[in-house]
Design a binder for this molecule. Structure first.
Ligand code: PMP
Length: 435
C-alpha cells in the first residue's frame, strides 16, 4: 500500500523533502503529519480536491470542518472578491462586522452580544477569561478528551490516557487551574462544582472530538441544571458544531442556552476567524465605561484581525446560506449513508471495526468491536472504552487505512471525516467502494 502511495505521489514527496527544511517534521498543523509524507494540494472545488500529481480526491477533511458549503463555494468566492478590492483592514468599524454579528445573534439567541477573534483557540481563551472575571473563581472544568484548541488552558486531559500533566511548555500553575472531569461523568462534575471554585465548565456539546465519544441522552440538560445551581458558567465550544449540527448548532437543536458560546470555522466561511457570544451581563465585562477604575480592571480583548473585512465577508455569505436547514439535512443524510455503507462493508467482510457519528461527521474504529455493530448507522457504539473511541485504531493501522484510501481517491481526516453540502450520493458510494 505504501509503495503504491509513493508511486502515485512523486511530486508531493519532492515538496515534502523541501518542507522538511522549512517546518519541523515538514508540517504546518499537527494533524497534517502523515507517513511517509503528506499530500500537497493544488486546488479544490465542492467536495473534491486535486493534488500536485494530478490525482483527484473526494475530500473528507473539508477545511478541518470549516467548509460545510464545500470548497470555493461561488457565493463565498464572490463575496471575498468584492471585499478584497475594497481593502482588507480599515482599523475601524465596518458594515460587514455588524451584519456578521447580527446573523450570529439571529441563529443563536443565547449570543446576546458577540466579540470576534482570529481563531477558535482565541475564542476559547477569551471565553475562559470572561468566566473567571465574571465569577471571581479561578478554575475551569473541562472533560477528558474534549478539544478546545491549542492554548495552555485547553490542553490538559485532551489526549489519552487523559491525564492532566505534565505538558511541555505549560506552567504548572496553569495545569493546576484546570480540572479534568472523567469521560461523561456528571456525578464527578456535580461533586466538584459543589466546592464553589469552578468558574466555568467548557465542553464540545457533541461529545469529545466531534462526537467521537458521544454524550448520553439528557447529558447536556443535566449539566445545564448542575451549572445553574452552583453559579458556574456553561461554555459550549461550538467551533465544530456551531452551524453544522443545525443552523443554530447543538444549542439550537436541543433548546439549551449556554452562558457563553465559542465559534470558529464555519462562522468565518472557511477563512480565519472565530467568535465568542453570550449573556449580555457577562459580555459587559468587555465594556469601556466613564470610570477609570472600571476600565483598569475590565477584561481585555485586542487582536489585529478581529472581525477583519475579508473574514466578515466570507462569514456573512456563509451564515446566510447555512441558515437554511436543507444544508445540514443534505450533509447529514450523506454522512448517514456513508456510516451505514462502511458498517455494512465491515460486517460483510467479517472485519472487526465500526463506523459511527452523528450530524455530518463520521469516525472509523478498526481492530475493535462494539456490541451494536449490525451493519447499520451507529451514533453511540456500545461496549467500547472511551480511549478506543478517541483513537479509533492503532497508529500503524491508521496509517495503512489513510494511505489505502488515498490510493483509491479518498482523503480521510483523523480516521474519519466531515462532510459538506457538496458531497453527492455518487461521492458516498465511491467512498464506500474504496473502503
Ligand atoms: N474547539 C474545537 C471544538 C475545535 O474543533 C477546534 C479546532 N479543531 C478549536 C476549538 C480550535 O480552533 P482553531 O483551530 O480555529 O484555533
Amino acid at each position: 500500500i505504501e509503495e503504491e502511495y509513493r508511486a502515485k505521489h512523486p511530486t508531493s514527496q519532492a515538496r515534502y523533502e523541501r518542507a522538511l527544511r522549512d517546518f519541523p517534521s515538514g508540517v504546518t498543523h499537527d494533524v497534517r503529519y502523515q507517513k511517509p509524507f503528506p499530500l500537497y494540494v493544488e486546488r479544490a472545488s465542492g467536495a473534491h480536491k486535486w493534488d500536485v500529481d494530478g490525482n483527484e480526491l473526494i475530500d473528507y477533511t473539508m477545511g478541518h470542518g470549516a467548509l460545510l458549503l464545500g470548497h470555493a463555494h461561488p457565493q463565498i468566492v464572490e463575496a471575498v472578491q468584492v471585499q478584497i478590492r475594497r481593502g482588507t483592514h480599515y482599523g475601524a468599524g465596518h458594515d460587514l462586522e455588524l451584519e456578521w454579528a447580527e446573523r450570529i445573534r439571529e441563529l443563536k439567541p443565547s449570543c446576546e452580544r458577540v466579540k470576534f477573534t482570529a481563531s477558535g483557540t482565541e475564542a476559547t481563551l477569551l471565553a475562559m477569561r470572561l468566566a473567571r472575571a465574571y465569577t471571581g473563581r479561578e478554575k475551569i472544568l473541562k472533560f477528558a478528551g474534549h478539544f478546545h484548541g491549542w492554548q495552555d488552558y485547553a490542553l490538559p486531559g485532551e489526549k489519552p490516557p487523559f491525564d492532566a500533566q505534565p505538558i511541555p511548555g505549560v506552567p504548572r500553575a496553569v495545569l493546576e487551574s484546570v480540572v479534568v472531569a472523567p469521560v461523561n461523568d456528571l456525578d464527578f462534575v456535580e461533586r466538584r462544582l459543589a466546592e464553589g471554585d469552578i468558574a466555568a465548565v467548557i465542553l464540545e456539546p457533541s461529545g469529545a472530538s466531534w462526537a467521537s465519544i458521544p454524550l448520553p441522552e439528557g447529558f447536556l440538560h443535566r449539566l445545564r441544571a448542575i451549572t445553574e445551581r452552583t453559579g458556574t458558567l456553561l461554555i459550549f465550544d461550538e467551533v465544530i458544531t456551531g452551524f453544522r449540527w443545525s443552523p443554530g448548532g447543538v444549542q439550537g437543536l436541543l433548546g439549551i442556552r449556554p452562558d457563553l458560546t465559542t465559534m470558529a470555522k464555519i462562522v468565518a466561511g472557511g477563512l480565519p476567524g472565530g467568535a465568542v457570544g453570550g449573556r449580555a451581563d457577562i459580555m459587559a465585562l468587555l465594556e469601556f465605561r466613564d470610570d477609570p477604575e472600571w476600565n483598569r480592571r475590565r477584561v481585555a480583548h485586542p487582536g489585529t484581525f478581529n472581525a477583519n473585512p475579508l473574514s466578515a465577508a466570507a462569514g456573512c455569505a456563509c451564515l446566510q446560506l447555512v441558515a437554511d436547514p436543507a444544508v445540514q439535512r443534505h450533509a447529514d443524510a450523506m454522512a448517514a449513508r456513508l456510516r451505514r455503507g462502511m458498517n455494512h462493508v465491515l460486517v460483510t467482510h467479517g472485519i472487526p471495526g465500526f463506523v459511527w457519528g452523528e450530524s455530518s461527521v463520521f469516525h472509523i474504529a478498526l481492530g475493535h468491536t462494539c456490541t451494536n455493530q449490525r451493519g447499520e448507522d451507529i451514533r453511540m457504539p456500545e461496549g467500547v472504552s472511551p480511549i478506543v473511541l478517541k483513537t479509533g485504531m492503532s497508529p500503524a493501522l491508521a496509517t495503512t487505512l489513510y494511505q489505502a484510501m488515498v490510493n483509491e481517491g479518498v482523503d480521510l481526516f483523523h480516521g474519519g471525516g466531515l462532510l459538506s453540502v457538496a458531497h453527492t450520493p455518487e461521492d458516498i458510494d465511491r467512498t464506500i467502494e474504496a473502503f
